[in-house]
Design a protein around this ligand. Sequence first.
Ligand code: FAD
Length: 559
Amino acid sequence: MEAAHDVLVIGAGCAGMRAAIAAHDAGSTVALVSKIHPTRSHSGAAEGGINAALGNASEDNPELHAYDTVKGSDYLGDQDAIEILCTEAPGDVYELENWGAVFSRTEEGKIAQRPFGAAGAPRTAYAADITGHVLVQVLYEQIVKREIPVLEEYFAWKLVESDGRCVGVIAWNLISGGLEALPARTTILATGGAGRLYVGTTNAYACTGDGMAMALRAGVALKDMEMMQFHPTTLAPTGVLITEGCRGEGAFLLNKDGDRFLKWYAPNAMELASRDVISRAEQMEIDAGRGIDGNVMLDLRHLGAEKILERLHGTRELSMVFAGVDPIYDPIPVRPGAHYHMGGVDTDVYGRTSLDCLYAAGEVACVSVHGANRLGGNALMETITFGRRAGADASDLAYRTDEPVIPEAALRDAEGELRELLDRTEGERPWRIRDELAETMHENFGVFRREDEMEEQGRIVTSLRERYRRVVVEDKGDVFNNDLTQALELGFLLELAACMVVAGLARKESRGAHARPDDYPDRDDESFLRHTLTTWDEGPELDWKPVRITKWEPAVRSY
Ligand SMILES: Cc1cc2nc3c(=O)[nH]c(=O)nc-3n(C[C@H](O)[C@H](O)[C@H](O)COP(=O)(O)OP(=O)(O)OC[C@H]3O[C@@H](n4cnc5c(N)ncnc54)[C@H](O)[C@@H]3O)c2cc1C
């Protein structure tokens, strides 16, 4: 058994690395576990930028940032968490800068900031359109500098609970095969999102919600799982993201008649309305026959070649490679795609969960700063600010916690379960179930939600879970057995889908990403200004939790 660490961080994207750095700097022994190399984590795909009220482009302050975030969340965000995020964000961004993050600059040499959707000021600091890539590199440098050990190519599978607290994790060693027990005084989940629940998604293949499902299986509640954000500008059919930075720089969205159709849906904010509003508007245009092959058009041509090449060169490259379109000369075909899970592991503002010694931070967690709709640029900020807070608190708790012991029976049981799966020689291949899940989630639990479709999706997920019990893993080997890990990931995804459907059916209103145009078109603060909580007991069970309001009472929407 690996020697116990004070703090074990599972996941090495922005949240995990920032948490590990904080725990190390607080004096703990730390290890990072990741199923892929840290710099390949999905944070590296973030393009547009990171939000902090630096006030470099116009007058701005944390209070205004917090107000925009509360309003953008459709009032489902917890306001204490939002205030912490917005107050601590500027210091965190300057720290990243001091560590070497090469942000784009204003003419006076300050960090440049661009406008993003539903923001009252240009607040999104950026490094051209490769912000996530830059941050991941900088954080990894800090990990290497501190000699924090990284258990790369380890697939975390089961959290271990003993005497009412989390004592570590059981992980599959991808390089050599075999399960290993990794004990830790405190454990932080930073495993990212679950976009792979959908067929059209901006998320990488690694985004399979592992940490959410592991926490669920350990008895921890998931919060607001119905809140999957659809990003309005993704490329068909791959789902590759075209950054909101394009609209921040002034791009137009057009229907097939060349109309800037947002004038009918968000006449004030237009292309800078929040993502939920624009995704719905696009879907309505497409459904009304005013799209082109299921897309609308993102037009950058009027920005001019110089601006596109300087600030949006990555976007141009993606459009040319994946859609065969050069945005200097032609509009880019885009459509809504699954992008970000506002829901996740229920935590407090230090990343603590209901299971003692278990923490969560980043997209896996729901603290909740995004509520029913995340503003662009706030997710990266959340990974840094709440990653840091979770790392520091987990380190503090580790000092006060006894030596962790992973009971031998836990490893034996896990090995038995895995052996049963690997010994099975006949059955269905997991990818069929995964594809059916992703396609039907798109059809029945997409931009718009309808009672009959959600019920149908509930039945589909139940039958897929039944079929999953008989899946067969054809690769019986030990070394890099992706067939095995993909089967395990599918098990995670199926449970998350079941939670989403139950929470979606229970939320009988329209709020943020959860739009029910036919039966409950309005927000209903009287009954639903509260979070859904799902736990698992042979199936998903639903409960509710109040939203924490500090100073902003819900107001009528205006766009
Ligand atoms: C294309 C795209 C562009 C985006 N652009 C922006 C943007 O401009 N601004 C913004 O604010 N937000 C943006 N977002 C959202 C933001 O990038 C993510 O929410 C954020 O980076 C997630 O970081 P994370 O550290 O929580 O997870 P990730 O970066 O996804 O890292 C997850 C880590 O967990 C590990 N892991 C997962 N499961 C396991 C397991 N079972 N065992 C071991 N390790 C595991 C992975 O290996 C990885 O290291 C974007 C998202 C996408 C998809």
